[in-house]
Design a protein around this ligand. Structure first.
Ligand code: SAM
Length: 238
């Protein structure tokens, strides 16, 4: 009999196995174009780019014309299929799409990159996976290269956002029932062996910076333009 204690372990790979969109705030081309433009500004050039966890290619499609060589990687075949359709439609020839996760991707790469990026992916990695990712990425990064993690969830801002702090008609007393329901939802998720929050894990900028420093990088913190509770971490070598 299946109980709360013997439920199979939750897997993000399984969760994403049939997804077709990256969960952007709006899925209109106008919004995605603006998001991509912000990201391209922070990527600050380079000629080759690896977009890890590229999903359905919603941002990747805007990166392609700006790079000579692009690789998109994701562990979800349904997401990659959507990305592939977008690349076909535009007849882009400088893109490789690879089905891989944060461990297997490295053995599938042959050349290093000027930029290695990941948008809204860090939240699905454990601290050990983030550390290993930076370590491996460092080996596949050209000398002046950068690792750019976009839209990491900031735990402090996320709590405020969930309470409605950033909404126009924020009232403290209205947050109490929400907070109560939130706690109930979290307890139920733990009992069902699911993550506490389906959006993934939040990591403070100081935590990510420490992992960056341990791997020989310095980190620039940038507030996300389109998500109040997220930030970008731009890593370059010391
Ligand atoms: C929220 S979506 C964002 C997709 C894309 N970066 C974008 O902004 O449109 C997160 C993506 O990361 C992928 N992902 C999460 N963890 C991964 C891992 N360990 N290895 C490979 N892909 C992963 C998921 O399959 C999903 O496509």
């Amino acid at each position: 009999m299946e109980t709360a204690f013997n439920k199979p372990k939750f897997s993000w790979q399984e969760y994403f196995s049939d997804k077709k969109k990256g969960g952007h705030r709006y899925s209109t081309e106008e919004f995605l174009f603006k998001e991509a433009r912000e990201k391209l500004f922070h990527l600050r050039g380079g000629r080759s780019l690896l977009d890890f966890g590229c999903g359905a290619g919603e941002l990747l499609i805007y990166y392609v014309p700006n790079y000579e060589r692009i690789v998109g990687a994701d562990f979800s075949s349904s997401m990659l299929f959507e990305a592939e359709k977008k690349m076909w439609q535009q007849n882009y020839k400088n893109v490789d799409l690879i089905l891989a996760d944060d461990e297997t991707i490295w053995e599938k790469l042959s050349l290093p990159f000027d930029r290695i990026t990941a948008t809204a992916v860090v939240q699905y990695l454990t601290p050990q996976q983030i550390d290993a990712f930076i370590r491996h990425a460092s080996e596949y990064l050209n000398e002046d290269g950068k690792i750019v993690f976009f839209d990491i969830i900031d735990p402090r801002l996320y709590s405020l956002w969930k309470m409605g702090w950033f909404s126009q008609n924020f009232k403290l007393w209205k947050t109490l029932p929400k907070t109560g329901f939130g706690l109930l939802r979290q307890t139920s998720a733990i009992l069902k062996n699911r993550p506490r929050d389906i959006i993934g894990d939040a990591y403070s900028p100081y935590f990510i910076e420490q992992i960056a420093i341990d791997n020989g990088f310095k980190m620039e913190y940038v507030k996300s333009m389109y998500y109040e509770y997220r930030y970008h971490a731009i890593l370059s070598r010391n």
